[in-house]
Design a protein around this ligand. Structure first.
Ligand SMILES: C[S@@+](CC[C@H](N)C(=O)[O-])C[C@H]1O[C@@H](n2cnc3c(N)ncnc32)[C@H](O)[C@@H]1O
Length: 186
Protein backbone atom coordinates (compact mmCIF):
# COMPACT_ATOMS: atom_id res chain seq x y z
CA UNK A 1 0.00 0.00 0.00
CA UNK A 2 1.35 3.47 -0.87
CA UNK A 3 2.17 5.72 2.11
CA UNK A 4 -0.46 8.28 1.02
CA UNK A 5 -3.12 5.57 0.88
CA UNK A 6 -2.16 4.40 4.37
CA UNK A 7 -2.31 7.96 5.70
CA UNK A 8 -5.69 8.54 4.03
CA UNK A 9 -7.14 5.38 5.56
CA UNK A 10 -5.75 6.28 9.00
CA UNK A 11 -7.31 9.75 8.80
CA UNK A 12 -10.63 8.22 7.69
CA UNK A 13 -10.53 5.98 10.76
CA UNK A 14 -9.93 9.08 12.93
CA UNK A 15 -12.63 11.19 11.26
CA UNK A 16 -14.88 9.26 8.85
CA UNK A 17 -17.55 11.96 8.48
CA UNK A 18 -15.07 14.58 7.39
CA UNK A 19 -12.81 12.45 5.19
CA UNK A 20 -15.89 10.86 3.58
CA UNK A 21 -14.02 8.21 1.61
CA UNK A 22 -11.90 5.21 2.62
CA UNK A 23 -9.24 5.74 -0.01
CA UNK A 24 -7.88 8.62 -2.05
CA UNK A 25 -8.97 9.03 -5.67
CA UNK A 26 -7.18 6.58 -7.95
CA UNK A 27 -4.51 7.80 -10.38
CA UNK A 28 -6.82 7.02 -13.29
CA UNK A 29 -9.72 9.05 -11.91
CA UNK A 30 -7.38 11.86 -10.83
CA UNK A 31 -5.86 12.06 -14.34
CA UNK A 32 -9.36 12.27 -15.80
CA UNK A 33 -10.32 15.06 -13.38
CA UNK A 34 -7.07 16.93 -14.10
CA UNK A 35 -7.78 16.73 -17.84
CA UNK A 36 -11.17 18.41 -17.24
CA UNK A 37 -9.76 21.07 -14.90
CA UNK A 38 -6.86 22.29 -17.04
CA UNK A 39 -7.61 24.48 -20.04
CA UNK A 40 -4.64 26.73 -20.80
CA UNK A 41 -1.22 27.92 -19.73
CA UNK A 42 -2.96 30.59 -17.65
CA UNK A 43 -4.47 27.98 -15.33
CA UNK A 44 -4.23 28.72 -11.63
CA UNK A 45 -6.03 26.08 -9.62
CA UNK A 46 -7.49 26.13 -6.14
CA UNK A 47 -8.14 22.64 -4.79
CA UNK A 48 -10.40 22.35 -1.76
CA UNK A 49 -10.50 19.13 0.25
CA UNK A 50 -7.13 18.10 -1.18
CA UNK A 51 -6.76 14.98 0.99
CA UNK A 52 -3.39 13.32 0.41
CA UNK A 53 -2.85 15.03 -2.95
CA UNK A 54 -4.23 12.66 -5.62
CA UNK A 55 -5.73 15.42 -7.74
CA UNK A 56 -2.83 17.82 -7.13
CA UNK A 57 -0.40 15.09 -8.24
CA UNK A 58 -2.43 14.52 -11.41
CA UNK A 59 -2.58 18.27 -12.14
CA UNK A 60 1.21 18.51 -11.83
CA UNK A 61 1.62 15.36 -14.00
CA UNK A 62 -0.53 17.06 -16.61
CA UNK A 63 1.76 20.10 -16.64
CA UNK A 64 0.44 22.52 -14.02
CA UNK A 65 3.42 24.11 -12.25
CA UNK A 66 3.25 23.53 -8.49
CA UNK A 67 3.36 27.26 -7.89
CA UNK A 68 0.05 27.64 -9.76
CA UNK A 69 -1.69 25.28 -7.35
CA UNK A 70 -3.19 26.20 -3.97
CA UNK A 71 -4.58 23.43 -1.77
CA UNK A 72 -6.87 23.77 1.23
CA UNK A 73 -7.39 20.81 3.53
CA UNK A 74 -8.93 20.61 7.00
CA UNK A 75 -6.91 17.65 8.24
CA UNK A 76 -3.54 18.71 9.73
CA UNK A 77 -1.63 15.43 9.16
CA UNK A 78 -2.73 15.45 5.51
CA UNK A 79 -1.58 19.08 5.21
CA UNK A 80 1.84 18.15 6.59
CA UNK A 81 2.18 15.42 3.95
CA UNK A 82 1.01 17.82 1.20
CA UNK A 83 3.58 20.44 2.23
CA UNK A 84 6.34 17.86 2.00
CA UNK A 85 5.28 16.61 -1.42
CA UNK A 86 4.34 19.98 -2.95
CA UNK A 87 6.97 22.40 -1.59
CA UNK A 88 6.20 25.06 -4.22
CA UNK A 89 2.43 24.97 -3.77
CA UNK A 90 0.61 26.92 -1.11
CA UNK A 91 -1.00 24.41 1.28
CA UNK A 92 -3.44 25.94 3.73
CA UNK A 93 -4.87 24.07 6.72
CA UNK A 94 -8.41 25.18 7.39
CA UNK A 95 -12.08 25.09 6.53
CA UNK A 96 -12.40 25.41 2.77
CA UNK A 97 -16.02 26.48 2.97
CA UNK A 98 -14.80 30.09 2.94
CA UNK A 99 -11.59 29.98 0.92
CA UNK A 100 -11.43 33.78 0.55
CA UNK A 101 -10.66 33.99 4.27
CA UNK A 102 -7.70 31.62 3.92
CA UNK A 103 -5.79 32.56 0.79
CA UNK A 104 -3.58 35.65 0.51
CA UNK A 105 -5.05 38.82 -0.97
CA UNK A 106 -2.65 38.81 -3.95
CA UNK A 107 -3.98 35.45 -5.17
CA UNK A 108 -7.58 36.65 -5.35
CA UNK A 109 -8.55 37.19 -8.96
CA UNK A 110 -5.79 34.83 -10.20
CA UNK A 111 -7.71 31.61 -9.62
CA UNK A 112 -9.12 30.21 -12.90
CA UNK A 113 -10.75 27.00 -11.58
CA UNK A 114 -11.64 25.57 -8.21
CA UNK A 115 -11.69 21.77 -8.02
CA UNK A 116 -13.50 20.25 -5.08
CA UNK A 117 -13.66 16.84 -3.47
CA UNK A 118 -15.66 18.15 -0.52
CA UNK A 119 -18.72 16.10 0.48
CA UNK A 120 -20.87 19.00 -0.73
CA UNK A 121 -23.92 16.86 -1.54
CA UNK A 122 -24.54 16.61 2.20
CA UNK A 123 -24.47 20.38 2.83
CA UNK A 124 -27.67 22.34 3.34
CA UNK A 125 -28.63 24.87 0.66
CA UNK A 126 -27.37 27.93 2.58
CA UNK A 127 -24.00 26.30 3.11
CA UNK A 128 -23.73 25.37 -0.56
CA UNK A 129 -24.68 28.93 -1.54
CA UNK A 130 -22.10 30.54 0.77
CA UNK A 131 -19.37 28.20 -0.50
CA UNK A 132 -20.12 28.68 -4.20
CA UNK A 133 -20.41 32.48 -3.89
CA UNK A 134 -17.14 32.65 -1.99
CA UNK A 135 -15.33 30.44 -4.52
CA UNK A 136 -16.60 32.49 -7.45
CA UNK A 137 -15.52 35.71 -5.74
CA UNK A 138 -11.89 34.53 -6.20
CA UNK A 139 -12.17 34.41 -10.00
CA UNK A 140 -12.25 37.46 -12.24
CA UNK A 141 -13.29 35.89 -15.53
CA UNK A 142 -15.53 32.90 -16.28
CA UNK A 143 -15.79 31.50 -12.75
CA UNK A 144 -16.00 27.73 -12.63
CA UNK A 145 -16.13 25.06 -9.98
CA UNK A 146 -15.32 21.47 -10.88
CA UNK A 147 -16.87 19.15 -8.31
CA UNK A 148 -16.68 15.36 -8.32
CA UNK A 149 -18.72 12.86 -6.37
CA UNK A 150 -20.39 9.48 -6.40
CA UNK A 151 -23.95 10.38 -7.34
CA UNK A 152 -25.25 10.40 -10.91
CA UNK A 153 -27.02 13.71 -10.23
CA UNK A 154 -25.46 17.16 -9.69
CA UNK A 155 -24.17 17.37 -6.09
CA UNK A 156 -24.97 21.10 -5.83
CA UNK A 157 -28.52 22.50 -5.90
CA UNK A 158 -27.88 24.34 -9.15
CA UNK A 159 -31.43 25.57 -9.85
CA UNK A 160 -32.05 27.50 -6.60
CA UNK A 161 -28.47 28.76 -6.73
CA UNK A 162 -28.92 29.89 -10.35
CA UNK A 163 -25.94 27.95 -11.66
CA UNK A 164 -25.40 26.30 -14.99
CA UNK A 165 -24.19 22.73 -14.74
CA UNK A 166 -22.45 20.40 -17.17
CA UNK A 167 -21.36 16.82 -16.68
CA UNK A 168 -17.71 16.70 -17.71
CA UNK A 169 -17.03 13.03 -17.27
CA UNK A 170 -17.40 9.74 -15.50
CA UNK A 171 -14.76 7.41 -14.13
CA UNK A 172 -13.99 4.80 -11.54
CA UNK A 173 -11.81 4.93 -8.47
CA UNK A 174 -11.41 1.25 -7.71
CA UNK A 175 -14.98 -0.06 -7.72
CA UNK A 176 -16.52 3.32 -6.81
CA UNK A 177 -18.15 5.35 -9.61
CA UNK A 178 -17.41 9.08 -9.83
CA UNK A 179 -19.15 11.80 -11.78
CA UNK A 180 -17.38 15.07 -12.62
CA UNK A 181 -19.44 18.24 -12.81
CA UNK A 182 -18.76 21.83 -13.80
CA UNK A 183 -20.76 24.66 -12.20
CA UNK A 184 -20.68 28.28 -13.29
CA UNK A 185 -22.93 31.32 -12.86
CA UNK A 186 -26.01 30.93 -15.12
C1 LIG B 1 -13.56 12.60 -0.37
S1 LIG B 1 -12.05 13.22 0.31
C2 LIG B 1 -11.21 13.70 -1.20
C3 LIG B 1 -9.73 13.78 -1.02
C4 LIG B 1 -8.91 14.01 -2.30
N1 LIG B 1 -9.31 15.23 -2.96
C5 LIG B 1 -9.04 12.85 -3.24
O1 LIG B 1 -9.71 12.97 -4.28
O2 LIG B 1 -8.44 11.81 -2.93
C6 LIG B 1 -12.60 14.79 1.03
C7 LIG B 1 -11.48 15.58 1.64
O3 LIG B 1 -12.01 16.86 2.04
C8 LIG B 1 -11.54 17.18 3.32
N2 LIG B 1 -12.52 18.11 3.91
C9 LIG B 1 -13.79 17.82 4.33
N3 LIG B 1 -14.41 18.94 4.76
C10 LIG B 1 -13.51 19.96 4.60
C11 LIG B 1 -13.58 21.36 4.83
N4 LIG B 1 -14.68 21.93 5.33
N5 LIG B 1 -12.49 22.10 4.53
C12 LIG B 1 -11.36 21.52 4.02
N6 LIG B 1 -11.25 20.21 3.77
C13 LIG B 1 -12.31 19.43 4.05
C14 LIG B 1 -11.41 15.86 4.05
O4 LIG B 1 -10.52 15.93 5.15
C15 LIG B 1 -10.90 14.97 2.91
O5 LIG B 1 -9.50 14.99 2.84
Amino acid sequence: MRPETRLFFRRWLANPGQVASLYPSSDKLSDLIASKVLRSEEDFVLEVGAGTGSIGRALVRAGLPQNRLVMIELDEPMCAALREEFPESLVVAGDALRPSALIPQELKGRVTTCVSGLPILHYKLDRQRAFVEDVFSLMDASPRLVQYGNMPRPPIAHRPLNLSVRRLGFGWSGVVPHFIWEFSPA
